[in-house]
Design a protein around this ligand. Structure first.
Ligand code: GLN
Ligand code: ZN
Length: 770
């Protein structure tokens, strides 16, 4: 019997119940018992839903209150000192949340002995997803051991309700490779100490009645660092010995195994899961390498995107595996955990019906998994209705003329290499721009957004529900812009911004004004902790029917003689933070967006806006996981940015902005984007991130952030001047700008006003010294 399996279910709740419960708990409005009751209810709902969908391998312990990596680290005692944990027994909720969010000064923290200045662990992206995990912090003092039997507990919770589940553990090698050590300890050196803890967890699972256990080792799809191959062999030998009665399923996802295939198939486990959505071509190699006494789990349903599966094509993959001899040891599953897609399409009542028929969120994907498993055993006829739906949706999509815009295709075909380059090199442009702009030494600017106050959000909400009309909304927006411009002039900002008050979100705002984008009502996906995003869906060719920002930027410019900076989201970010159609390449989609942005840039220039910023905070996160794939991505991503930016005259200045980025390994591509000025986030790293620019002799202008806008603290002028001086040691001063790390939308005016005034004062201090 082919097994219908799932690797992980969304945990935020169909109506973001976990978010609500967490935020109430953090605000002191509910008890730990109430929070846990919500979590228990969500898990029960998830089990029931999966069971009802015909899934027989239902994951457990895939749930986490904040983050599964953090909870795995805590269960194994990988907890740094200074968070109130005494090394015995399970980590308290106060400690867990202090690790996740930093100390908040609550009574619970004081009672748990957590110092008021405990800072959150570093948070970073989970592989190439938009989910963020907490990076476990290790040191020579770390003593791994099983201090919380969370997996056996999760298994028992299911059993008590009549559901046998498949507990999920993040595997030991990936856990260590995703961790960092503060004192020079090599994370992998902790493996010998960590393995007995995993062995204990597996032993308890065996005693609690587990049969299959899922061990996630996503690092197996990456370029492994030195020593990792041996670590895998050591680890899995130990785990297999520890739990002879358990069937271990080694799960890999987000890419193909490639050069790690021989390693993965040599490990002593009962089964291997492979991602056949990201890497469909790896199937023949996997079939060739996997011993026939193993189970093969085929990841055929896309856990990273929202489209229906082409069931016929997927069944073809199943049949290849059957013919190769795995017909009695086969599982069908999503490519990865369903954490990365929204819960359910059923709640989306206002999507275009034709589009909705092409979509599958987590719940719909589970039904596809079931149908594939059934078809594998009993033939397609046994699930003829499901296959017919899939066929019809695909045929409809192929025939849907709305997906393709012939005029756009013609325009794209006519793009010349010259259109992807500014007419003259930076050095000449810089002279023309300075002649036009007459900027002082160390010009001061902002990244774009001013505080999104309750008042600002209410205006948008009132417009959306019809409480005010467009004219009233626009008038109120203009008043906000006018006040912000007046204030920026008053304090002496050299390049003001209009403030982005009209925007709900930097991608959604533009998506709503472009053709080809669709939006969900409840399509929430966890980003980190209680934070969720609802990525738009790019389902058709992207076009720009009308200017999107010109009205606001031109109005702002009309109020001041200072050069107003126009503000756009770049093509890579517009795509990266969306669910993207798969019938054409990502490169093709990105070029379409680039052309739309290019038109907007041209319109801004024509409206007299002398400086235009094209934000690309997601540029780096688009990097493929494998080094070998990166050059191709960087080639088209930089070309798309330049296509969007290069329609302007020499004297029009193009800025870009990137936050949360490391630049060392992509600095040549950053230079190839050829923005006149790039602003980056550097305040928290004490200008360390500038090293890459200095070492590369980065030729264009740079605005290293001197104010960490993630913190409510207001830095003084002297502190920002000191950071700027550090920057000036690395970057020639005539190419330096002064600005905050990022936009100020999450801050309040009470912080923004003094901080910006101090920033201007810092610039004046440095100018006076020069
Ligand atoms: N211009 C945007 C803002 O200021 C940039 C946001 C971002 O970098 N994430 O809000
Ligand atoms: Zn930013």
């Amino acid at each position: 019997m082919t097994i219908a399996a799932n690797l992980g279910y969304p945990r935020i709740g169909p109506r973001r119940e976990l978010k609500t419960a967490l935020e109430a708990f953090w605000a002191g409005q509910s008890t730990e018992a109430e929070l846990q009751a919500t979590a228990t209810g969500l898990r029960a709902g998830a089990r029931a839903l999966q069971q009802g969908s015909g899934i027989s391998h239902i994951p457990s312990a895939d749930f986490a209150l904040y983050d599964h990596v953090l909870e795995t680290a805590c269960a194994f005692g990988l907890v740094p000192q200074g968070y109130g944990w005494n090394g015995e027994g399970p980590v308290s909720l106060a400690t867990l949340f202090a690790l996740a969010r930093g100390a908040r000064g609550s009574a619970a923290e004081r009672a748990a002995g957590i110092p008021g200045d405990a800072v959150a662990l570093e948070m970073t992206k989970w592989f190439d997803t938009n989910y963020h995990y907490m990076v476990p912090r290790l040191s020579a003092a770390t003593r791994p051991r099983l201090v919380d039997n969370r997996w056996a507990r999760a298994l028992r919770e299911g059993t008590q309700h009549g559901t046998r589940t498949r507990p999920v553990l993040l595997g030991p090698v990936s856990l260590l490779l995703l961790s960092k050590a503060s004192d020079g300890t090599r994370p992998l050196d902790l493996l010998p100490a960590l393995l007995p803890a995993y062995a204990d967890a597996l032993r308890y699972l065996g005693e609690a009645g587990a049969s299959w256990v899922q061990l996630d080792e996503p690092c197996l799809v990456t370029d492994l660092p030195c020593g990792a191959q041996d670590a895998y062999r050591t680890a899995f030998r130990a785990l297999a010995d520890a739990a002879p009665g358990l069937d271990l399923l080694l799960t890999t996802y987000f890419e193909g195994l490639r050069d790690n295939l021989a390693l993965a198939t040599s490990l002593p486990v009962s089964g291997l899961h492979v991602d056949l959505v990201r890497a469909p071509d790896q199937l023949p190699a996997v079939l060739g390498a996997l011993p026939r006494d193993r189970w093969l789990s085929l990841g055929l349903v896309d856990g990273r995107n929202v489209w229906r599966t082409d069931l016929r094509q997927a069944l073809g993959q199943v049949q290849l595996a059957q013919q190769a001899g795995f017909e009695r040891r086969l599982m069908v599953a999503p490519s990865c955990s369903l954490l990365h897609v929204p819960h359910s399409l059923a709640m989306e009542t206002s999507l275009d019906p034709a589009l909705a028929r092409r979509l599958a969120f987590a719940n719909e994907k589970l039904k596809e998994v079931w149908a594939l498993a059934r078809a594998a055993d009993e033939g397609e006829k046994s699930v003829a209705g499901v296959f017919a739906d899939s066929d019809r949706a695909l045929a409809e999509a192929r025939a849907d003329a709305r997906l393709h815009d012939p005029a756009l295709a013609a325009r794209l075909a006519a793009v010349t290499p010259a259109m992807e380059h500014r007419a003259r090199p930076y050095a000449e442009r810089a002279v023309a721009q300075q002649a036009r702009l007459d900027l002082p030494d160390l010009p001061v600017t902002a990244i774009g957004s001013w505080p999104q106050t309750a008042e600002v959000r209410r205006l948008r909400a009132d417009l959306a529900r019809g409480a005010i009309d467009q004219a009233a909304h626009d008038a109120a927006m203009e008043a906000l812009i006018a006040e912000s411009v007046r204030w920026q002039e008053e304090i002496g900002v050299d390049v003001p911004v209009h403030g982005e008050f009209e925007r709900n979100d930097m991608v959604k705002h533009f998506g709503e004004r472009l053709g080809g984008y669709a939006f969900t009502k409840h399509g929430w996906v966890q980003s980190y902790g209680s934070r969720c995003v609802a990525p738009p869906i790019i389902w058709a060719d992207v076009t720009r029917p009308a200017p999107m920002t010109v009205r606001w930027s031109a109005f702002a410019q009309s109020l001041t003689a200072k050069p107003m900076k126009g503000m756009l989201t770049g093509p890579v970010t517009m795509m990266q933070w969306s669910f993207v159609r798969t019938d054409i390449t990502r490169e093709a989609v990105c070029r379409q967006v680039a052309l739309a942005i290019r038109d907007e840039v041209a319109d801004l220039e024509a409206a007299g806006i002398p400086i235009i910023q094209i934000d690309e905070p997601a540029f780096r996160e688009g990097l493929p996981l494998r080094l070998a794939d990166r050059a191709d991505y960087l080639r088209w991503a930089t070309a798309c940015f330049r296509l969007s930016a290069s329609a302007v005259r020499d004297e029009t200045q193009i800025h870009t902005h990137m936050c949360y980025s490391e630049f060392n390994d992509i600095i040549d591509s950053i230079a190839a984007m050829d923005a006149d000025v790039i602003s980056i986030e550097t305040a928290r790293s004490d200008m360390e991130l500038l090293e890459a620019f200095a070492a590369f002799d980065y030729p264009n202008g740079i605005g290293p952030g001197v104010w960490d806008i993630h913190s409510p603290r207001v830095p003084g002028a002297a502190e920002m001047a000191r950071l700027a001086q550090r920057a000036a040691q690395r970057i020639p001063r005539d190419r330096l700008w002064l600005n905050p790390d990022c936009g100020c939308k999450t801050r309040g005016w009470a912080e923004v006003k003094p901080a910006m005034a101090n920033l201007v004062a810092a610039a004046r201090l440095l100018r006076a010294e020069a």
